[in-house]
Design a protein around this ligand. Sequence first.
Ligand SMILES: NC(=O)c1ccc[n+]([C@@H]2O[C@H](COP(=O)([O-])OP(=O)(O)OC[C@H]3O[C@@H](n4cnc5c(N)ncnc54)[C@H](O)[C@@H]3O)[C@@H](O)[C@H]2O)c1
Length: 252
Amino acid sequence: MTQQQRTAIVTGGARGIGAATAVRLAADGHKVAVLDLEESAAKATVEAIEGAGGTAAAFGANVADSAAVEQAVGAVAERLGAPTILVNNAGITKDNLLFKMSEDDWDAVMGVHLRGSFLMTRAVQKHMVDAAWGRVVNLSSTSALGNRGQANYSAAKAGLQGFTKTLAIELGKFGITANCIAPGFIASEMTKATAERLGVDWEDFKTARAKEIPVQRPGVVEDIANTVSFFTDERSSFVSGQVIYVAGGPKT
Ligand SMILES: NC(=O)c1ccc[n+]([C@@H]2O[C@H](COP(=O)([O-])OP(=O)(O)OC[C@H]3O[C@@H](n4cnc5c(N)ncnc54)[C@H](O)[C@@H]3O)[C@@H](O)[C@H]2O)c1
C-alpha cells in the first residue's frame, strides 16, 4: 500500500530523536512541520528534508504554552495543510534525587512532557477528526519503570503511557490511533548532557551503557524514527493504545 501524503507535526524537531523522526516522516512522503522552542533552531532539520527533496517548514512554540500551541497548529494548517500526524517528542530533563528536587524542576518537566503533549494533542485532534484519520505518537521512556534521580521525568513518562491509552479509547472511532514509544538509552544531546552532569567521558558513558543492553550497543535516533514510521503507517490502523519499548532488549 502506498502512503497517502499527510501533514505531520514533530515537536522538539530541531535535533536528536525529533530531527531524525522529521527526516524519516518526510522520506515516507509526508509534509513535516518541524516545531521547536525557536523557529530558527528548527531550520537545520527543514534544510535537511528539503535537501533530500522533501517538504517541511519550521515553527517556533513552547509546547507548554496553550496560546503558542494554538497559534502554531493554526499556522501549520495554513502553510502545510491540516495536520493528521502528531509526534509528541519535545522533552527536557531536570534530574535530581528527590530530597534535592525543587518544585520548579518538577513543574518544568511535567509542563513540557505532560501538559505539552496534552495541549498539542488537543489542538491537533480536531483536524484529525475532520479528516477521519489520525496518528498520535507519544515519547515515553524506560524511565517510566523507575529511574534513580528522575522522580519528575519517570512520573511524566509513566503518565504519558496512561494518556496514550486514553487517547486510543476516546479517538479510535474517528480513525485515529495513539501509541507510545519508550526508548531505552539513545545517544543524543540529552544523554550527552547526562554524562556531562555525572562527570563521565561521553565515549566511556556509551561503552558502559552498551554493556548493559542485550544487543550490546547504544540506541541511535533512527531506531526511534523507524518505530514512529511504523506507527504512522497506513497499515498500522489496528495498532492502538500500545507502548513499545525500543531499548535493545526486553523491559517490563
Ligand atoms: N535520548 C534518550 O536516551 C531518550 C530515552 C528515552 C526517551 N527520550 C525522549 O525522547 C524525546 C527526545 O529526546 P532527545 O534525546 O532527542 O532530546 P534532545 O534534548 O536532544 O531534544 C529535545 C528537543 O525538544 C525541544 N524542546 C524542549 N522543550 C521544549 C518545549 N517546551 N517546546 C518545544 N520544544 C521543546 C528542545 O529544544 C530539543 O530540540 C524526549 O521526549 C525524551 O524524553 C529520550
